[in-house]
Ligand binder design. Structure first.
Ligand code: ATP
Length: 503
């Protein structure tokens, strides 16, 4: 698994998906740039989300609020007082860690031990192996799973000030060591605020302290009445937004999983008080369906329902994904009650209410939130698509089996040779297709190598122009996943590419 993760990171760089930020200056920790292919994949994921939310729902509209907001916003939302991470230092190594992440990683290791037992048994029993029964009855596996469950239960889902001592005790009891040095000499756990501060205005006297937004959600809440009134929206309705968020993460590692500058895709759905749990269930179901629709493997997803809730929520669940380093949060679905709108009413003095004509009543709506990290989704797509395949002739190929709808380039147009009018015909085809699809011209190297390069870059289709094409206006189309090739008319290309995308 560790190897897979290393491969993903180096592949992402080699094929122009992700670079370290300001790399020529040795990079900036936990900040990344998206290259020529990365920007397309990211845009396609964002668009896939946006269409499913906004275009497919008559009662959901979009918004693009600014990153900088009035500082009172963050007082009202609770971020000034409570947006903290529990930190712990190792006294010997002087390294700083997130206390909850240390415990979670420990729990994940126990899970991996259980998985090892399962894998061993699978090998031993072959086809006759009944995994469910084995997991339920094998003493060691049962013990590991129980141990892990107990630890996570004691850790809880969100740590309050009072819990900090318990976490320290848990770290000591489990004898968790500094992952780098093995030392178990820990300090107390402390709270650390994650917001990035900045200044607005030029002179020292008139400038004011601002924060870079740590989530996009608050831009939606403060615009609730603007959108509701100008859009004549009736409850239930939603507001969707994608955009950058910033967090001064302390344990910034695992590539683009935990970044200091990242992008969120959030939707806040406003409902009648008392109906929120029904809508919470509805959106849990909708969101998992969205994930399944991409065919990354249903077994790679699981729900984690929170036992312990943040101060603003009355129900919460994560959708976790099987990343190369184990199952981790990809998306959160939260029933946020009327906490945010009420807090903004109090701090702004403005009413944030809805007059419900059917109930003949004015109320502060309740909110269901779906919140997914675009970069985390990118990592989920990239890591689950990267495959090393052994072919029939014994050779191997690296192939990035991206869902065609998300692939940066839909088709590569390849003249068999760089002469005899083939490049001209290839370019004619590009002129024809480029209005509908992102296509790419490539004439360098032998055709086999070009196929391999497109496989590794994730291009679902290659279209080869040869000498016969000049006569019969036909080309060879090659499919990335099956490697099958067929001869088709140039006039059929548009609909064939479209078919591949509408899987
Ligand atoms: P975590 O527990 O992993 O720090 P969180 O519970 O703080 O995440 P939320 O505040 O619920 O995350 O944010 C919603 C989504 O935003 C997350 O599910 C995740 O996909 C994404 N996200 C949060 N923090 C980061 C980050 N530092 N880098 C990339 N994506 C992030």
């Amino acid at each position: 698994q560790e190897d897979l993760f290393k491969n993903v990171i180096s592949h992402a760089k080699e094929y122009g998906y992700i670079f370290a930020s300001s790399e020529i200056y040795d990079g900036l920790s936990a900040v990344y740039d998206y290259g020529q292919n990365g920007v397309e994949l990211k845009k396609n994921i964002r668009e896939y989300w946006w269409k499913s939310m906004v275009q497919l729902h008559q009662n959901i509209v979009g918004l693009d609020a600014a990153i900088l907001m009035h500082p009172k916003t963050w007082k009202a939302s609770g971020h000034v007082d409570a947006f903290n991470d529990p930190l712990i230092d190792n006294k010997d190594s002087k390294k700083r860690y997130r206390a909850d992440v240390l415990v979670e990683d420990h729990a994940e290791k126990i899970l991996q031990k259980a998985q090892k037992e399962i894998d061993k048994a699978k090998k031993r029993f072959g086809d006759a192996f009944d995994e469910e029964q084995f997991v339920a009855t094998n003493d060691r596996v049962v013990r590991y799973l129980n141990e892990r469950r107990d630890i996570l239960k004691r850790l809880g889902d969100s740590l309050t000030r009072e819990d900090l001592k318990d976490v320290k005790a848990l770290i000591e009891e489990l004898e968790i060591a500094d992952p780098e040095t093995g030392s178990k000499n820990w300090t107390e756990v402390r709270q650390f605020n994650l917001m990035f501060g900045t200044k607005m205005g030029a002179s020292a006297e008139t400038s004011s302290d601002l924060y870079l937004r740590p989530e996009t959600a608050q831009g939606i809440f403060v615009n609730f009445s603007n959108v509701q009134k100008s859009g004549r929206m009736k409850i239930p309705f939603g507001i969707a937004q994608t955009g950058k968020a910033f967090r001064n993460e302390i344990v910034a590692r695992q590539f683009i999983f935990r970044m200091r500058e990242f992008e969120q895709m959030e939707m806040q759905f406003f409902v009648r008080p008392g109906e929120e749990l029904k809508w919470y269930e509805h959106w849990k179901e909708e969101r998992i369906k969205w994930h399944y629709s991409l065919n990354l493997g249903e077994e790679n997803y699981r729900f984690h329902d929170h036992d312990k809730l943040a101060h603003y929520a009355n129900a919460a669940a994560d959708i976790e994904f099987n990343f190369p380093f184990g199952f981790k949060e990809l998306e959160g679905i939260h029933s946020r009650t009327d906490f945010d709108l009420k807090a903004h009413e109090e701090h702004s003095g403005r009413k944030l209410r809805f007059f419900d004509p059917e109930m003949n009543e004015n109320y502060v709506p309740y909110v269901i939130e779906t919140s997914i990290g675009l970069d985390r989704m990118f990592l989920a797509v990239l890591s689950s698509s990267l495959k090393e395949e052994t072919l029939e002739d014994g050779s191997s190929r690296t192939v990035l089996k991206l869902p065609a709808i998300l692939a940066p380039t839909k088709a590569a147009i390849l003249p068999l040779v760089k002469k005899d009018g083939l490049p001209e015909l290839a370019n004619e085809i590009i002129e024809e297709l480029k209005w509908d699809f992102q296509v790419q011209y490539d004439e360098k190297d032998a055709i086999g190598r070009r196929y391999r390069r497109q496989d590794a870059a994730g291009t679902p289709l290659c279209i080869t122009v040869d000498h016969d094409s000049l006569e019969d206006r036909s080309v060879t189309i090659r499919y990335r996943d099956s490697m099958l090739q067929k001869r088709v008319k140039i006039t059929e290309l548009k609909s064939l590419i479209q078919q591949e995308i509408d899987f």
